[in-house]
Design a protein around this ligand. Structure first.
Ligand code: 3PG
Length: 320
């Protein structure tokens, strides 16, 4: 797989479980637990003897799953991982020989960096997706924000000390491509074969990653005149009237449409951290995008998208 395609998938999935597995015979069941939890990807670390065989078994059972190798500390290990089926190579640090081997063999590589000098080293290899490790110990989101100044072209896969509680901080950071961590696939959960718990932890993380939150309710009215008379009613409750072209906002909470716009009863607007990513997520839940409603920002990222389906008679859209 080309690295551009791989990194786009990482962005959309948004989370990469970091796996340490001791017994390769559990690999397929672990892979299934992650897929069922909405995470068809993993970094299988070469911290155990079983890593190579686990990669082989996962990629054989689930060829579409994005399985890569982590803790790859030299080119020999990179070769071993790729031969086993790894689609990408990750390491905690930047080892020039490993990076050169991967580039020479057209294997996507994501070496670890924690300082500006290491980032520059990565850039000198033409790599603009780097692993930020250990993320929390190296300054976390404050460090990422500072790095976005001089290194605006770099996106990070962040791992190290991330969990369900600080996940939203990383999900909001503009220069984070995807977030990795071991909390949803802890070694003891694998050893004890707690597949349902792994699935649950993955699902919980996927939901938390989106940051979906209701921001306004849209009310359809047949005409501008009707819209303004409804606005007068809400104004009595203390809402500020903010007339726009196609609708009237009452503060931030209510949008009164001047026509019978989308939705039998009206619409609901949800904000999220990344509209493209949440569109990907909701497509996996069976929703389809109403393409004519999609708006993009200057960088080509989605900022508004309605779905074709209604929920309880309400159309709904995402907004950044
Ligand atoms: C890694 O290699 O990326 C880390 O071991 C993952 O860090 P975590 O265990 O703190 O999630």
């Amino acid at each position: 797989m080309k690295k551009e395609e791989l990194f786009k998938k990482f962005h959309d999935i948004g989370l990469v479980p970091v796996v340490k597995i001791d017994d390769a015979s559990k690999a397929e069941r672990l892979a299934k637990a992650m897929i069922d939890g909405g995470l068809p990807c993993a970094e299988v670390t070469f911290r155990t003897e079983a890593a190579e065989e686990a990669i082989k078994r996962m990629t054989a059972a689930y060829p579409d799953m994005l399985i890569g190798a982590g803790t790859v500390i030299n080119p020999k290990l990179a070769e071993k991982a790729v031969n086993a089926g790894a689609k990408f190579i990750v390491s905690a640090g930047l080892n020039p020989e490993t990076v050169e081997w991967c580039i020479a063999h057209d294997v996507p590589v994501c070496p670890g960096v924690a300082t500006p000098s290491e980032i520059e080293k990565g850039l000198s290899y033409g790599l603009n997706v780097l692993k930020f490790f250990p993320a929390e110990a190296s300054g976390g989101v404050a460090m990422l924000k500072d790095l976005s100044g001089p290194f605006g072209q770099v996106k990070f896969m962040t791992t190290g000390g991330i969990n369900i509680n600080n996940l939203p901080d990383y999900a909001k950071a503009q220069n984070v491509l995807a977030i990795g961590g071991s909390w949803m696939v802890k070694a003891d959960l694998i050893a004890n074969e707690q597949w349902d718990e792994i699935t649950r932890l993955c699902q919980e993380a996927v939901i938390k990653l989106q940051g979906i939150q209701l921001v306004h309710v849209g009310i359809n009215m047949p005409s501008e005149k009707d819209a303004f008379s409804v606005a007068e009613e809400f104004a009595k409750l203390g809402y500020e009237t903010l007339p726009g072209n196609s609708s009237i906002f009452m503060g931030k909470d209510i949008e009164i449409m001047k026509t019978n716009y989308l939705g039998t009863k009206g619409h609901l607007a949800f904000k999220c951290y990344d509209v493209d990513r949440t569109v990907y997520f909701l497509k996996s839940k069976g929703f389809t995008v109403n393409e004519s409603t999609v708006k993009y920002d200057a960088k080509g990222a989605m900022k508004v998208a309605y779905f074709n389906e209604e929920i309880g008679g309400f159309a709904f859209h995402l907004v950044k």
